[in-house]
Design a protein. Structure first.
Lengths: 176, 69
């Protein structure tokens, strides 16, 4: 599918889907079923291809070249579809429960969104390092100019110059 | 969020399509940013600012409500 131009992928998938559907439908319903199925598939595939050539947000999606705003719009739309489908599944499930009809196909529509949400929540988690570090700790050495900080030595600080009252950084001599 | 994208683009004599091509986004996205309908991501905001040789805070000016103040 990677070798197929993005704009052609959608129409191609529709035509393949139509062919698969035809293979499923024809044995049970005869060739007459294709009279309705194929014109619809072909017209929709062509329309999809033409739509992909338009300078629009939807055209960019069909070409699989959305920028960040278009991708965000698609994400919001997909989220809306998910919410509406989940809500509809609950309503239909309750209706089926009241009508006492077989529930197993509807169980799938309730279980799959719930499981997918849990899996998605796990997949898109961030590394678990959410502790509050608190304020940065400051050592007296941090107040000295970087050139005057000595580490890894036992030092005796001798003030060679500097003014204590004015709190200027002392020059130090390192012994040992 | 006010921004100076339209003003800067006009000063440089660029069309929305040309700016979109330079930024690697669609023309519709440039239109949305200019009209304030869409807030670009931080990377795109930096790309826009650098394209016009400005800093992000010179390019985008949030109002108090957006800053939560």
């Amino acid at each position: 599918m990677r070798s197929v131009p993005p704009r052609l992928r959608g129409p191609l998938a529709m035509l393949i889907g139509g062919a698969v559907l035809a293979a499923i439908v024809v044995p049970g319903h005869g060739w007459g079923a294709l009279v309705f199925l194929w014109p619809f598939t072909v017209v929709f595939s062509v329309a999809w291809y033409l739509w992909g050539g338009r300078d629009s947000d939807f055209g960019a999606l069909i070409r699989d070249r959305p920028d960040e705003r278009q991708a965000q719009r698609r994400l919001k739309t997909q989220a809306l579809v998910g919410v509406v489908m989940s809500g509809t599944a609950v309503v239909v499930y309750l209706a089926a429960l009241a009508a006492k009809v077989p529930l197993w196909p509807l169980d799938i529509f309730l279980i799959v969104p719930a499981v997918t949400f849990i899996i998605g929540w796990a997949i898109y988690r961030e590394p678990r390092d959410d502790r509050d570090e608190g304020p940065a700790t400051e050592s007296p050495a941090d107040r000295l100019p970087a050139d005057d900080v000595v580490s890894g030595h036992r030092v005796v600080v001798v003030v060679l110059s500097g003014d204590r009252q004015a709190a200027t950084a002392p020059r130090v001599a390192v012994i040992g | 969020m006010r921004n100076r994208v339209r003003e800067q683009r006009s000063q440089r004599g660029l069309s929305q399509a040309e700016l979109a091509a330079a930024l690697g986004v669609s023309r519709q996205t440039v239109i949305s940013i200019e009209s304030g309908r869409y807030l670009p991501s931080l990377p795109l905001a930096f790309r826009i600012a650098r394209f016009f040789d400005l800093t992000v805070d010179k390019m985008f000016d949030p109002d108090d409500k957006e800053l939560g103040t």
